[in-house]
Design a protein around this ligand. Structure first.
Ligand code: SF4
Length: 896
């Protein structure tokens, strides 16, 4: 057997397959200088600064892209190598105007390298030309005079974001960087993830607001407060303000990558219109009151209404924006001090169908897989999720998986960005997921392409499902869904060939009257292909809000208490009685939409809304506003005066996510620390603290002094899921539940040892059409959803420069429909449903199919949800945001 070692300097080291000389040298402790190389990116091999001698005769090779071979004798440093490196770097420096780069131990990467190699600032051969700086983009700046054409930005853009913005044009000394077909950043396809900034070694591409900024006073690691991906942030603080945010490179969730929201949209924290004192309504006006008065008034009022109208006349919407600790304490307050289970959260209006479906068929209502499974899988099914806009860091990872050879099946009525990378794109009519998934299952079963051993050993219900599928007609399904059977067969074949599969789903499945059935039908495919409970496979619903998973976990549900425990289980009740001093009522409470309906009927008298802007976000907005107006007491905890807060009797100013301590739980069940990077404005307080104080003013004796104390109680209350969770264990990458004991490592793949409910349940699912269908006067089907630049109702992103990236909502219409209706791109149009009407500028494109429209909901002036219907999924009570029959017409310029 040949010797599998090489010599580097004076050390003999073993060969690791695929390792380059540079990687092996770093492993062995040799620090070879580099310029165009970055460990995150594939080697460019262009600058030659990393030259090493690779044999006894002094053969020179670039270390960054030369594999280490057995028997090599590497010298990483010698007078000859140092001289070569100095000459190379001098050539780079001398091609730039004088003093462009100055040697410095604390400057940019190229300046640090000059310092190390002893290269002076001034070098002969410079041109002295001045080159204009591109500051067209709100966040990014390009200073061409600093660019050395090292292509690190290009690699970062392609290999991390998958965006392909950059290119090089010209030859020889006139080679220069370009932004795709455009001249300026602002006109380029850049999605502002900032990866290029982090990888540029010269500062040619930089954050526009950091020019000339001094080093931060502190860097605090925390968790992004936008979407449920849960990216880890390094928050740089200067002069008590957030100066810049970068991704935490060691974070398992995001590996240093962020999106335009997490990285750049933080200015809202310091917005001048933050709420800074409790506001108490007196008639039509507000009065600022001190916190002790607000807390005492609120506690008295809650008790008064409870005693007058009964506990079930009060209810609470716990917040998916706030921390686990705040959500836990608020549901505990209502269950113990008021005595009602009228507790719900916004998971109801997004993924309640997903949670119910997963709980029914697998035994646990959350993702079975992790983001780390994305690069491991052979095939990804992306269903009803526009990941690159709504969950951009996960979207970029899916794109990278597809670029690296994973098969990608996109199921979405719109031609979303990831459809460009898909092997198959199925475009069902909105609301027809169930028959489409049934059709794929039918093809798999009837062509013998299922994982028989898995189905036999790990599932139940196959015979019934198989009989049901046998009776379905593909011709009929083609008619219902609008998807050609050849495409259905192609998707089934891809799944079968590359199984097990990773099923990534979104609100396009759950926010339907058949939401629960849609997710169950997707789970059928998961089980038929043997995918659930294996690494690199499983069900991965993308959770919308930063802590929507945690909010439901904490007990923000009317029918289950913390940790999805039954309200009637005697053991659970005994434990709650021991810890809480009182067990909650046994009967399930009302859901969000039921509480709104009950308020409209005068049965609910008081609602506490923690960070929920229901007047803008919930469907059938006119009805919601009427219900809010009837309340005797509406309490709102908010950072800003929201649309809902305008109807409140008491508004409590809240701290933002980077102004408080606590935890969020992301979409892969990972509980992560949230840390206070800056102080909340004077007068705004962390939600958990306010809730504790109100409970104590109502007679409780809660002694939690920190959020960590609250987490210890959560672990005690729900030991099966959280028994091993404590703050001390959450650094640096959090813990994925279930984590039942202090020595349990957390769970990346759920159901690996068998389904938590015993056997996975296959379900025969009939198609039930939505009550919303095209009809006379309403010939289009409307889908609502998000755009990349804004977050939900835009409360935070509208108060940042993201507003200049997307200044208004828009409605997408297919170009054939636009031509037929004389609608021009950018023209304001009227959209009308039987529930209400609004207007928005049209975007003419082919992203939507003919007969379908797509409208965003980020701006209060659009009030998109006046259009959506009151229909809900009868099982989960999740509203149907994804199908509304509407009409659209152009508005004359004078009326727009
Ligand atoms: Fe934040 Fe989501 Fe963007 Fe990550 S992907 S930075 S969690 S908004």
């Amino acid at each position: 057997m040949t010797d599998q070692t090489a010599t580097i300097g004076d050390k003999k080291i073993s060969i690791h397959p695929g390792e380059t000389i540079l990687q092996a040298s770093r492993r062995a402790g040799f620090d070879i200088p580099t310029l165009c190389y970055h460990a995150d990116l594939s080697p460019e091999g262009g600058c030659r600064v990393c030259l090493v001698e690779t044999d006894a005769r002094g053969r020179i090779q670039a270390a960054c892209h030369t594999p280490l071979q057995p028997g090599m004798e590497i010298q990483t440093s010698s007078p000859r190598l140092e001289s070569l490196r100095r000459n190379i770097l001098t050539l780079y420096v001398s091609a730039h105007p004088p003093n462009t780069f100055r040697p410095s131990s604390v400057g940019t990467e190229i300046e640090r390298l000059m310092h190390r190699l002893g290269i002076p600032a001034y070098a002969p051969g410079h041109t002295g030309k001045s080159v204009p700086v591109d500051e067209s983009h709100p966040y990014l700046r390009f200073q061409r005079s600093l660019c050395i054409n090292c292509r690190r930005c290009l690699h970062a853009c392609e290999e991390i974001q998958g965006q392909f913005v950059y290119g090089l044009e010209g030859r020889g000394s006139s080679t220069h960087l370009i932004f795709g077909p455009s001249e300026r950043f602002a006109d380029s396809p850049c999605v502002s993830c900032g990866s290029c900034v982090d990888h540029c070694p010269t500062g040619a591409i930089s954050d526009i607001d950091r020019i000339g900024a001094h080093a931060p006073d502190a860097v605090v690691q925390s968790t992004c407060g936008y979407c449920g991906v849960g990216c880890q942030l390094d928050v740089e603080v200067s002069d008590s303000r957030i100066a810049r945010i970068r991704g935490t490179s060691e974070a398992e969730v995001n590996h240093g990558h962020l999106c335009v929201k997490g990285r750049y949209a933080h200015a809202f924290h310091h917005s001048g219109d933050r709420l800074t004192a409790p506001l108490l309504r007196t008639g039509d006006s507000w009065r600022e009151v001190a916190w002790p008065e607000a807390i005492s008034w609120l506690s008295r009022r809650l008790l008064e209404l409870r005693d007058r109208f009964g506990p079930d006349s009060l209810g609470v919407f716990t917040s998916s924006r706030s921390t686990n600790e705040a959500a836990y304490l608020l549901q505990k307050l209502f269950r113990t001090r008021i005595g009602t289970n009228n507790v719900d959260c916004c998971a109801r209006v997004c993924h309640s169908s997903t949670a119910l479906a997963l709980q029914t068929v697998t035994g646990t209502g959350a993702a079975t897989a992790s983001y780390a499974d994305i690069p491991l899988t052979g095939v990804i099914v992306l269903a009803g999720a526009n990941a690159t806009e709504a969950h951009p860091v996960v979207g970029a990872r899916i794109k990278q998986a597809a670029l690296s050879g994973s098969a990608l099946i996109v199921i979405d009525p719109r031609r979303i960005e990831l459809a460009e990378f898909a092997s198959v794109h199925l475009r069902p009519r909105p609301g027809t997921n169930v028959p489409l998934f049934n059709a794929i299952a039918k093809v798999l079963v009837e062509s013998g392409q299922i994982d028989e051993a898995y189905v036999e050993s790990r599932t139940e219900g196959f015979a019934e499902l198989s009989n049901f599928l046998g009776a379905l007609s593909l011709a009929q399904i083609e008619k219902i869904t609008g998807v050609d059977r050849k495409e259905i067969t192609a998707a089934a074949a891809l799944l079968a060939k590359n199984r097990p599969a990773l099923f990534v789903s979104g609100l396009g499945l759950s926010e339907l009257t058949q939401g629960t059935a849609s997710v169950m039908a997707l789970c059928n495919l998961g089980m038929l292909t043997g995918s659930i409970g294996k690494p690199g496979a499983g069900m991965l619903p993308l959770r919308g809000q930063n802590n929507v998973q945690g909010n439901a976990d904490m007990g923000g549900m009317p029918n289950q208490v913390t940790g999805y425990q039954s309200l009637t289980d005697p053991d659970v009740r005994a434990r709650l009685e021991q810890i809480w001093g009182i067990a909650p009522p046994r009967e399930a409470g009302l859901t969000i939409s039921e509480m709104i309906d009950a308020a409209a009927k005068g049965k609910i008298k008081a609602l506490w809304m923690q960070g929920e802007d229901v007047a803008q976000s919930d469907p059938n907005q006119t009805h919601v506003i009427e219900a809010l107006k009837t309340l005797e007491l509406l309490v709102v905890q908010e950072m800003f005066m929201s649309e809902t807060a305008r109807f409140a009797h008491l508004v409590l100013p809240a701290a933002g996510s980077l102004e408080q301590e606590g935890t969020f739980t992301n979409g892969e069940r990972r509980i992560q620390l949230v840390r206070s990077a800056v102080q909340a404005p004077a007068g705004a307080r962390a939600d958990w603290e306010v809730i504790r104080d109100v409970a104590n003013a109502m007679g409780a004796q809660w002694t939690h002094e920190t959020p960590s104390d609250v987490m210890d109680e959560i672990a005690w209350v729900a030991p099966k899921l959280f028994g091993g969770v404590s703050y001390a264990r959450l650094k640096p990458n959090g813990l994925q539940w279930p984590c039942p004991t202090a020595d349990h490592p957390g769970t990346a793949t759920v159901h690996a040892q068998g389904f938590l409910r015993g056997k996975g349940k296959l379900v025969a699912l009939e198609y039930v059409p939505s009550p919303e269908h095209t009809q006379d006067g309403y010939p289009f089907l409307l889908i609502t959803g998000r755009a990349l630049e804004h977050y939900n109702v835009g409360t935070m992103t509208r108060r940042t420069p993201n507003r200049s990236l997307l200044p208004a909502d828009f409605v997408e219409i297919h170009r054939d429909d636009a031509a037929r209706l004389n609608i021009m791109d950018g023209q304001t149009v009227q959209i009308q449903s039987q529930w209400g009407s609004t207007r928005a500028p049209a975007r003419v494109s082919e992203r939507v199919s003919p007969g379908t429209l797509f409208l965003t909901f980020h701006f209060p002036e659009t009030h998109t949800n006046v259009l959506t219907s009151p229909y809900v999924d009868p099982q989960s009570k999740c509203p149907e945001y994804k199908v509304t029959a509407v009409a659209i017409s152009p508005l004359p310029e004078e009326a727009a």
